[in-house]
Design a protein around this ligand. Structure first.
Ligand SMILES: [Zn+2]
Ligand SMILES: [Zn+2]
Length: 865
């Protein structure tokens, strides 16, 4: 095809030109007033004064792997379209970007390539930043946050110390994955099928190590309640969080150790053993206290302290318990504790039901966990599936204590419904389940052997990592003073550089004497620095607050600035972060609120989770060889086509199957926009600048109607549904109509002010989706300043309104014809149009019209006999 250079859309040239211009204007994407500090220490507390309403939009910050993938491109294109449109709508927009820069891959890379983690990470940051700039995302780089730099992670340490003061930090023994070959702790992702990722033949062990925890459970109820108010979050995310927090209401009740059983030793040599006082009461948690008269055994976790007590004078029991522990360990290592084959051992001891005085046998069972509830359960086989299975296997009594209200003889066990009546339950016989629960709880409280209790599935957050590339935990171990927090004025505890990463023999930091050997801040004696680092989810729990005040050296952020910007108006990211990141950051927000730093309870008002980018129906992966590189697409079709395709090819919340043909199609479309606009730009530029000069013109009414309908549709979509795919389709339709009117445009039949309005608005509508081309054409049309700051076009309802509408005409309920009438036609006019229609007349000829029903704007029904 012979095209002269003049009329060819050249994205490479256009995008290079604008990328350079934008790079030369660092305040282009800055919010008002600029967050750009004059010096590096900017914690003035100055209130933000602007007449514009604020809008805070962010996409979840990436891990700097070194390469953007298509999922990133799409995720950021969604947020970028929104940010640009909000700027154009006159909002004061904060649209930042940062790097979740700590984590294991940097250590792996260091091991593999002999590159220090810091160098590797910062190199990747620079590479990805270049990619982002090439694609033209509207980030204010002055607010960039890089979590692996001391100016950021010192505040992780500062928060850690504040939480410690509030009793939200503690240490306890906890199970970790341990590779005996590496002699180090492994992350869950380093355990593959129960084996070490680096030693395929080595079974990973679970070891008990002292670990640091954050008390997330202190906020369990608040985290749950807050979900009810988050109606700007996807329902699926709220449901996932509710399940994760897992609230159960029930009763804690004490069974008593039967006194006869406190005899140990063998039958030949009985020994009287005095149980410790705490062993005499065995606390269980149950959601079904109404079934307690049906409890026919008590089941203890193998790690329950009472089991250790029994085993201390019973070596046979000790051996059997060790087997159960082994089974639990294997199931944990295989990652599926729920699927464990249920085993138990009778201890020969008995417990007393506090309500009935009945003695029931005590068992140890491998499916009871010490870290859920109290580590002890009452087993009610008649009314619980799992207990039924266990009792059947071991021949334990199954005693029905709840009866259905109707069809009492047909009750099949286990009968698990709470819609029933108590039987075999002493004084509670005849009560309904719910009533019995209340009465039994009250009785327990009265006699001080139990109480109503709420428990959560949510656990405290284990933040210890025995690795190098993370935030050092700011504590010192002193032989004299125990745990000593690092004083604030000694922060940050800086990660040492040039360390040797072997991923063997424990934390690399423990092998750096300069780091480890310190002076105790309390007694001045020699002490040891903590060598654990923090989970990287700490970094991402509060980074978006730092964006509001990224250079602050005196505090994590200025409360006035965070107060202005928070909560985030729109947060965008993958649904894979629905649980951990979004629970941790909601927890962190509440902690900061209780520290008096912020006033918002939740970090983000609205959350959007985009779909995945796939290829040929499958997730892109190196092993499948179906990875599409953003760089390739941008080089071939330009950034505008690549990002616009990622918005056009599917609704943003759905998966997108990448088709290169589609990108080429979008590129051809942009080429048409370019040709059309450059061709008629001289006419547009010649138009008078006077406002509304086009109001008096008649030419081009149909095109203006299409334009104003398009503006209305896209504006509405940005506010709610975000079906950017249909927005792009609407722009395509508008361009089709403009092209179809080529003769009228060329002949001057359409007045210059209308041409100006049409082309200017087209370019403005395109700006959120194809920012490079829009900027180029804006300049071509003589637009002033950055298109980003030009006002978003307004739809005029009068102009958008159709002149004529179609009305269906039915005879006796059957569609006969369609008539065209003026859009504002009244019932009489519509009726007349229907009755004079050819087809209607033919059908009703010789018959009488009994009734005419007009539904204005919709239909006419004729009843004919
Ligand atoms: Zn290993
Ligand atoms: Zn000391």
């Amino acid at each position: 095809m012979a095209e002269d250079k003049e009329s060819r859309y050249d994205p490479a040239a256009i995008e290079k030109k604008w990328q350079e211009r934008w790079a030369a204007d660092p305040k282009l994407y800055a919010a008002d007033p600029a967050l750009h500090p004059v010096d590096d220490d900017q914690s003035t507390g100055a209130p933000i004064s602007t007449s514009k309403p604020k809008y805070y939009v962010i996409e979840m910050l990436p891990y700097p792997s070194g390469q953007l993938h298509m999922g990133h491109v799409r995720n950021y294109a969604i947020g970028d379209a929104l940010a640009r449109q909000m700027w154009m709508r006159g909002y004061n927009v904060l649209h930042p970007m940062g790097w979740d820069a700590f984590g294991l891959p940097a250590e792996n890379a260091a091991l593999k390539n002999d590159t220090p983690p810091r160098q590797w990470t910062l190199g990747n940051v620079a590479a990805m930043k270049r990619q982002m700039q090439r694609i033209g995302y509207s980030y204010d780089w002055a607010t960039e946050v890089t979590t692996c730099l001391p100016d950021y992670y010192r505040w992780n340490q500062w928060f850690f110390l504040r939480m410690y003061e509030k009793g939200l930090v503690y240490r306890k023994k906890s199970k970790v994955n341990w590779c005996p070959e590496c002699a180090t702790v492994l992350a869950n992702e380093q355990v593959i099928d129960g084996r070490c990722w680096r030693h395929e033949d080595t079974q990973v062990e679970l070891r008990d190590l002292e670990q640091w925890f954050l008390r997330t459970t202190a906020y369990a109820q608040q985290l749950l309640d807050g979900l009810d108010k988050l109606d700007g979050w996807p329902e699926k995310v709220r449901t996932m969080q509710r399940n994760w927090i897992g609230r159960s209401e029930g009763t804690e009740v004490d069974f008593f150790l039967a006194p006869d059983d406190i005899v140990g030793g063998s039958t030949d040599e009985p020994v009287v053993v005095t149980p410790p006082p705490e062993a005499k009461r065995i606390r269980v948690f149950t959601t079904r206290i109404d079934t307690i008269f049906g409890a026919t055994s008590l089941q203890l976790a193998p790690e329950h302290p009472l089991v250790a007590f029994f085993a201390s004078f019973d070596s046979a029991l000790r051996n059997q318990v060790n087997m159960l522990l082994d089974e639990q360990k294997k199931a944990r290592e295989a990652g599926d504790l729920g699927a464990i084959e249920k085993h138990g051992i009778p201890t020969g001891k008995h417990a007393i039901n506090p309500y009935s005085g009945e003695q029931i046998p005590i068992w140890v069972a491998n499916y009871v966990l010490m870290d859920y509830g109290t580590g002890a359960i009452m087993s009610v086989p008649a009314h619980d599936e799992r207990d039924f299975e266990f009792a059947t296997k071991y021949g334990i009594e199954i005693r029905q204590v709840i009866q259905p209200v109707q069809n009492q003889d047909e009750a099949k066990l286990p009968f698990v419904s709470e819609d029933g009546i108590l039987i075999n339950s002493g004084e509670y016989n005849g009560k309904m389940c719910a009533e019995a629960q209340t009465l039994l709880q009250k009785a327990a409280a009265r006699s001080a052997f139990g109480e109503a209790k709420v428990i959560f599935r949510l656990k405290d957050w284990g933040v210890s990592r025995q690795r190098y590339w993370g935030t050092p935990i700011p504590f010192i171990h002193c032989e004299r003073d125990g745990l000593v927090p690092v004083p604030d004025d000694q922060l940050p505890v800086v990660l040492p550089e040039n360390i040797e990463i072997t991923q063997q023999g424990g934390s690399p930091l423990a092998r750096v004497p300069d780091f480890v050997n310190v002076t105790c801040p309390k007694c001045g004696g020699p002490a040891r620095r903590e060598t654990d680092t923090m989970d990287t989810f700490v970094d991402s729990s509060w980074y978006f607050y730092r964006y509001t005040d990224p250079k602050n050296t005196r505090a994590p952020f200025d409360p006035a600035k965070a107060g202005y910007w928070f909560p985030i108006d729109q947060y965008i990211g993958g649904v894979e972060h629905a649980i951990l990141h979004l629970i941790y950051s909601r927890f962190w927000t509440r902690v900061m609120r209780d520290l008096g730093m912020i006033t918002n309870d939740e970090p983000a008002t609205r959350l959007f989770t985009q779909g995945m980018v796939i290829k040929d129906g499958a997730k892109m992966s190196k092993s499948k060889g179906n990875v599409i590189s953003p760089d390739d697409m941008v080089a071939r079709y330009g950034a505008d086509s690549t990002r616009m395709y990622s918005l056009f090819a599917a609704p943003p919340d759905r998966d997108l199957d990448w088709q290169e043909d589609g990108v080429a199609g979008v590129s051809r479309f942009l080429s048409r926009v370019w040709r059309l606009t450059t061709k008629y730009a001289p006419i547009a530029r010649s138009a008078e600048m006077a406002q509304n000069s086009s109001e008096t013109q008649n030419g081009g009414a149909a095109l203006r109607r299409k334009l104003h309908q398009t503006i209305a549709k896209i504006t509405l979509d940005f506010e709610g549904r975000w079906h950017f795919n249909t927005c792009v389709a609407a722009i395509m339709e508008l361009v089709n109509e403009l092209q179809a009117a080529d003769a009228q445009l060329a002949s001057g039949e359409i007045p210059a002010p209308v041409v100006r309005e049409l082309l200017t608005s087209l370019v403005l509508l395109l700006a959120p989706f194809a920012p490079f081309l829009a900027a180029e054409l804006w300049e071509e049309l003589g637009g002033e300043g950055a298109i980003l700051r030009a006002p978003w076009p307004k739809s005029d309802p009068g102009l958008a309104k159709e002149d004529e509408i179609e009305i269906a005409v039915q005879i006796n309920g059957k569609l006969i014809s369609v008539v065209r009438v003026a859009a504002d036609a009244d019932a009489k006019v519509i009726e007349a149009a229907a009755l004079t229609d050819e087809k209607v007349r033919a059908r009703s000829a010789g018959k009488s019209i009994v009734k005419v029903i007009v539904v204005p704007g919709r239909a006419v029904n004729l009843v004919v006999k």
